[in-house]
Ligand binder design. Structure first.
Ligand SMILES: [Zn+2]
Length: 184
């Protein structure tokens, strides 16, 4: 295994998929470089130029990255789904791509890219959208002051809240509340 190959594995770099495969000596699985499964130790990894080589050496195709199915996108979709779920449960907390990536055992920039490809926005934008959705609900259904709504949805300052709100809804929180109330 070369330095470059190991680096591709560490970064879950999908641009190396098909260029080589790696077997994990302990599990006897063979993976693509972009495999989202938990990373193995370097001395447990062995590189193969082709999948056939790995199979004839007794390795089985990994069930997460499916190296035997070139069109397989399941692992990436699964990764994005898991990331969405994690964010949905924690949108009031401060967003950290690093923490999310650690939780999912993948590289942060890889996660960002896969999430964006699969969901259409970055994890941060998805996180902000979840906050603003909840803020809208509170603006419509409660009499809480804006400062409290901003705090409750996880924004550290009201000005940041207003800025993100305006970007996503095209109006200020106050205008949104007024509009929602006149619509009643
Ligand atoms: Zn794999």
């Amino acid at each position: 295994m070369t330095e470059e190959q190991w680096r591709a594995i560490e970064l879950n770099d999908a641009s190396y998929d098909g260029l080589f495969y790696y077997g994990v000596k302990t599990t006897r699985n063979v993976c693509r470089p972009s495999c989202p499964a938990r990373r193995c130790r370097r001395d447990h990894a062995i590189a193969f130029d082709t999948l056939e080589e790995a199979l004839s050496a007794g390795y089985r195709p990994c069930s997460r990255c499916r190296p035997d199915r070139p069109d397989w996108r399941g692992a990436r979709a699964e990764l994005a789904e898991n990331a969405k779920k994690w964010i949905d449960e924690r949108y009031t907390e401060k967003f950290s791509l690093q923490r999310l990536a650690q939780h999912l055992f993948v590289n942060a920039s890889y996660l960002n890219r896969v999430f964006h490809e699969s969901v259409g926005v970055t994890p941060l934008a998805y996180h902000n959208a979840a906050r603003i959705r909840e803020a809208c609900r509170l603006l419509r259904e409660s009499d809480l002051p804006i400062t409290q709504i901003s705090w409750k949805t996880g924004f550290s300052t009201t000005s940041h809240f207003s800025k993100v709100f305006h970007k996503l809804r095209g109006m200020t929180p106050t205008e949104y509340r007024k509009q929602a109330n006149t619509g009643k």
